[in-house]
Design a protein around this ligand. Structure first.
Ligand code: SF4
Ligand code: SF4
Length: 430
């Protein structure tokens, strides 16, 4: 292979041609790490491949399709576009593949979506409808932009604070219990914070993840400017999707690194775990319950900082300078578990597929919007795992996961309780 110059720039699929070509179809992106696999039942990691049972609905199949597209052997059509979007972009394939090979599977899949939109074939109609709502009212529900901070009525914020709390669309419009709990927790530790109110726009995840990068960049630039104007150096969020978007996708969109953004992003669980170490938070109330924790993809294997890279790829794929790899091993894993284990009365149990191997809730990548039946099927698969370990409650650190699991529970009549970790912490301290 001749030497080539490549970049981690997702707007040109050619940058990931090597990754597409070097896929050896070993199916590491399909299987859970063998050392964690207790048997056949919970052995797979890709919802799309398991649900649709065709190669074109797996990571390796999509890579083949993308390569054929790049080489002019096929063109976009409805079935191809459907295969592209029936995928949660959950990152399980990327982490699975990187156990053996340094291939950028997740970025290749994102790049394929960006090309699909640029060529006028994507996204799905439901994604376009959400983009219109974001354009008009800056949130995914289309609710009035001025109502964004209605949840905060009566809550004291501080315009001079160094922390800005990025609430997100779900917290602001649909699940106000989560921001209220978050505000209580911050207050209980003495941490002052400000909010951006109607100046906070949708983080842009629904745009970026569906390949609508130009629209996503507009939302991102607005939020980046607003954060900069606020003078805050730390952005705290209780939403895994907002967390990953601000920390990873914003730099990715602008070909920068996370460390260049001028702010750091922390999730509430990182803040609380830190406060526990400092002794500034006390769990007073007993919560007698057997609980398990769901690793939201965007707070787990997808949350490692983004490092922009460009350079040479030489013989055997050797990169110069060495390309940084995000393998998913440094996600936010121990903090939520340590918090739950420290709450008196809680009997904590892990599920079988955890950390990098966790099964996606099913909502991500625009699937909940365009293919709700697939999103529910994925959530039900996870709920079976909750039953398997005998937990009465499933705790998440992402409103999107909570929303999707709640819908699946309502549809199935299962009696598992689903709670956000902010609500659980708030119950324990108030
Ligand atoms: S994407 Fe990676 S893990 Fe999956 S088949 Fe290809 S080389 Fe193997
Ligand atoms: S991102 Fe998730 S759903 Fe999509 S191919 Fe990879 S493992 Fe499957």
């Amino acid at each position: 292979m001749p030497e080539e110059y490549v970049k981690f720039d997702l707007t040109d699929m050619k940058n990931f041609e090597y990754d597409m070509k070097r896929c050896v179809r070993c199916k590491g992106c399909k299987w859970v790490d063998h050392i964690y696999m207790p048997g056949a039942t919970y052995s797979t990691r890709c919802p799309s491949e398991k649900r649709y049972l065709f190669d074109s609905f797996s990571a390796w199949g999509r890579l083949r399709l993308a390569l054929s597209l790049l080489n002019g052997r096929i063109e976009f059509n409805d079935r191809f576009v459907e295969a592209i979007y029936k995928c949660q972009l959950c990152g399980a394939c990327d982490a699975g593949c990187k156990r053996n090979l340094d291939l950028e599977i997740g970025s290749a899949l994102e790049s394929l979506r960006i090309k699909c939109v640029a060529d006028g074939f994507g996204p799905m109609p439901e994604h376009k409808a959400i983009a219109e709502k974001i354009e008009k009212e800056h949130n995914v529900f289309g609710g009035p932009a001025d109502n964004r901070d209605k949840w905060a009525k009566g809550i004291q914020t501080d315009d001079k604070a160094e922390f800005v709390y990025f609430v997100g669309c779900y917290g602001s419009y649909k699940m106000q219990g989560i921001p209220k709990a978050t505000a209580n927790i911050l207050k209980a530790t003495g941490q002052s914070f400000k909010i951006m109110g109607s100046d906070e726009y949708c983080c842009g995840y629904p745009l970026y993840s569906t390949g609508q990068i130009e629209k996503a960049k507009k939302a991102a630039q607005h939020n980046i400017d607003t954060i900069a104007k606020s003078g805050a150096k730390t952005v705290i969020t209780a939403c895994a999707e907002c967390y990953k978007t601000l920390k990873v996708d914003y730099p990715k969109m602008f070909n920068k690194s996370t460390s260049d953004m001028g702010y750091q992003v922390i999730h509430l669980v990182e803040f609380v775990a830190d406060q526990m170490e400092k002794g500034t938070i006390k769990f007073k109330n007993n919560i007698d319950m057997r609980v398990t924790y769901h690793d939201a993809c965007n707070l787990a294997r997808m949350s490692e900082p983004w490092v922009y890279w460009e350079g040479k790829r030489k013989l055997y794929g050797i990169t110069e300078p060495t390309a940084p790899r995000r393998k998913g091993t440094h996600g936010v894993y121990h903090q939520p578990r340590n918090i739950l284990k420290a709450i008196p009365g809680i009997d904590y149990v892990d599920m079988i597929r955890i950390r990098e191997n966790a099964w996606c809730c099913g909502a991500g990548g625009g699937v909940a919007e365009a293919f709700p039946e697939f999103a529910q099927w994925s959530a039900e698969e996870r709920l079976e795992e909750v039953d398997e370990v005998g937990a009465a409650a499933l705790i998440t650190a992402c409103p999107r996961c909570k929303d999707n699991f709640s819908k699946a529970i309502n549809a199935s009549g299962d009696n598992i309780k689903v709670m956000d970790i902010a609500e659980m912490i708030n119950e324990a301290i108030k």
